[in-house]
Write a protein that binds this ligand. Structure first.
Ligand SMILES: Nc1ncnc2c1ncn2[C@@H]1O[C@H](COP(=O)(O)OP(=O)(O)OP(=O)(O)O)[C@@H](O)[C@H]1O
Length: 351
């Protein structure tokens, strides 16, 4: 970051990392941005930096591509806590496969179990309307072809569920390598949608249960239905927690990661606006992969760097982004892989 003095703003002279590292109360850092900008490298390097500064840290990914495993050069798959070797304080990683999380949720809840039989019977009783209303909510379809963001929502809600168990109490910093921009945004508005849908489903279920409890007992479906409703209710509760967590200024910060190109900056500006609209706290913007000033006469490098400087100017003039603290990271001439490399990058970015 020191190499790009031209873009230094007064806020940069204050140690940002001191603020991030201070206090033993648990804090969540969510890193978000367009795919390929270096989010995973930034998240992993921040986690290493926290762990090397006294914080037992957990780094979480809900990316099906398992980029955390690649970044740490260690197999972290399996949906369990895995210790990362190297840092001074404990560092654990957790990779949740979102598709698998949805499948587990689906098979456990058996949302549509028994509704056909119940519907036939209820049609005969003149109560088919209720079941049709249930069908209209398309919950089965929702899980077969989930809207983008639902997988992440379920995966993150699973993380929240984990975090409630005592073995997670030790972590004072939790870093999320979040999903790409669009998905993250949809996720943020999803709890409201789920809230409304699940509320409706639960109400309808209640009506159906009271109207047909005698009939359903004939089919032996009594166990299935309340279980599905309970699962949904628990998912809804966790979603509400996720939403609260995303909006809690005291404990949570969403860090936008970008690169100095017009396209990435425009997208980051939109992301910042949407996060603001969702009341998600954003203070810092990491601009990654900045080319150091070239001492050679490499034409490609000087053109590229000029473009990058223009993109950096754009950030400073952007009404959404100019208020954020810039944290600049150079494009380094080595592959960021494994704890030593992440430590190296982390010491440069997180100052
Ligand atoms: N500052 C940097 N200097 C050099 N290489 C970098 C830098 N930042 C990231 N990289 C490299 O860029 C590639 C993409 O980085 P990373 O996987 O962190 O991106 P990402 O935004 O998480 O991508 P995705 O969204 O696809 O998971 C990796 O090979 C990483 O090593």
């Amino acid at each position: 970051m020191g190499s790009v003095k031209s873009v230094a703003s007064p806020a940069e002279t204050v140690s940002e990392f001191d603020e991030m590292v201070s206090g033993t109360k648990r804090k969540y850092y969510m890193l978000g941005g367009k795919g390929g900008v270096g989010k995973t490298s930034c998240a992993a390097s921040l986690a290493v930096r926290f762990a090397n500064n006294g914080h037992p840290t957990l780094v979480v990914s809900t990316d099906p591509a398992h980029s955390l495993s690649d970044s740490f050069a260690q197999d972290l798959t399996g949906g369990m806590l895995v210790p990362v070797e190297g840092p001074d304080s404990p560092l654990f990683a957790l990779e949740i496969n979102p598709e698998k999380a949805r499948e587990e949720f689906r098979s456990a809840s058996q949302m549509n179990g028994g509704t056909t039989e119940v519907k036939d019977f209820m049609d005969g009783m003149g109560l088919g309307m209720l079941v049709e209303q249930l069908g209209e909510l398309k919950l089965g379809e929702l899980l077969d072809t989930p809207p983008p963001g639902l997988d992440e929502a379920i995966a993150i809600s699973k993380v929240i569920q984990f975090l409630e168990s005592p073995e997670y109490n030790m972590f004072t910093r939790i870093v999320f390598d979040t999903a790409p921009t669009g998905h993250t945004l949809r996720l943020l508005s999803l709890p409201d949608f789920l809230d409304a849908s699940i509320g409706k489903i639960l109400k309808l279920r209640q009506k159906i249960t009271s109207a047909t409890s005698a009939i359903k007992s004939v089919f032996g479906k009594e166990d299935n239905q309340p279980d599905a409703a309970e699962k949904l209710e628990r998912l809804r509760e966790r979603m509400v927690k996720v939403r609260e967590l995303f909006r809690d200024t005291e404990s949570t910060e969403f860090v936008i990661v970008t690169i100095p190109t017009v396209m990435a900056v425009s997208e980051s500006s939109r992301l910042s606006a949407s996060l603001k609209k969702e009341s998600v706290p954003v203070k810092r913007l990491v601009v990654n992969q900045i080319l150091p000033p070239s001492s050679s006469d490499c034409k490609f490098c000087s053109i590229k760097r000029k473009d990058q400087m223009r993109a950096l100017d754009m950030i400073r003039e952007d009404s959404e982004l100019s208020g954020l603290t810039l944290m600049e990271a150079p494009l380094v001439d080595m592959e960021i892989r494994g704890v030593p490399a992440l430590r190296f990058l982390g010491d440069i970015i997180w100052k």
